[in-house]
Design a protein around this ligand. Structure first.
Ligand code: SAH
Length: 220
């Protein structure tokens, strides 16, 4: 027998409470963005009912949309201010970019898979985020020197080490980089804060991402 299925609105509210707030996500603006961006629009049709499950979900081309908690945590660590320009590497579904756009950022996002980029572009347009997110197809692992210095950089794929190019492209005046670093199987979520010629690195704990493939990442 099928019991009544909880609505997506209920699932979203539960996600905010149990997956985010109770696990320590405290920034009210991050919680609000996670409550307002419809994650079900970023997953394949068959997965809509699992959109608020406590896990990463497959999208196309062997890639994944990150678990809600990790999206929220990365966003919190990035500490964006409205109006910030953000460089994202790894557009995927476009969900992380939508969260950042919702927080008032203007996002340049790189995706190496052209089809994923096209789908994300169409989706963000349809949801009203098109003006705030520019999606570019290509290897983003060496960043975007023309847009540097970047106040904020977020890498949503795993890198073997922190790419030197990304360090250099961070704004010396408190620029922040959030990036999963480690071998292909498991990584640590790293926060890098630049002040002048000093880069302070802190680990926020373990995580698992699909690999960053490219010059600053893993071989394809
Ligand atoms: N932020 C995404 C999740 C990204 S999954 C979301 O919210 O849905 C990681 C993505 O990084 C994949 O789509 C993968 O194709 C992409 N990727 C991997 N290496 C890349 C590179 N060097 N440049 C740009 N995109 C890359």
């Amino acid at each position: 027998m099928n019991g009544p299925r909880p609505s997506l609105d209920q699932a979203r509210a539960d996600m905010i409470e149990y997956q985010l707030r109770l696990r320590g996500i405290a920034d009210p603006r991050v919680l609000q963005a996670m409550a307002e961006v419809p994650r079900e629009e970023f997953v394949p049709d068959w997965a809509r009912r699992y959109a608020y499950a406590d896990e990463a979900l497959p999208i196309a081309h062997g890639q994944t949309i990150s678990q809600p908690y990790i999206v929220a945590r990365m966003t919190e660590l990035l500490a964006v201010r409205p109006g910030d320009r953000v460089l994202e590497i790894g557009t995927g579904s476009g969900y992380q970019a939508a969260i950042l756009a919702h927080l008032g950022c203007s996002v340049v996002s790189y995706e190496r898979q052209a089809e994923l980029a096209a789908e994300a572009r169409e989706r963000l347009e349809r949801l009203g985020y098109g003006r705030f997110v520019e999606i570019r197809v290509g290897d983003g692992s060496l960043g975007d020197p023309e847009g540097a210095p970047w106040p904020r950089i977020i890498v949503t794929a795993a890198a073997p080490r922190i790419p030197e190019a990304l360090r250099e492209q961070l704004d010396p005046d408190g620029g922040r980089l959030v990036i999963p670093v480690g071998p292909r199987t498991h990584q640590e979520l790293m926060l890098v804060v630049r002040r002048g010629d000093e880069w302070q690195e802190t680990s926020d704990g373990p995580c698992v991402f699909v690999p960053l493939i490219g010059e600053g990442g893993f071989p394809g």
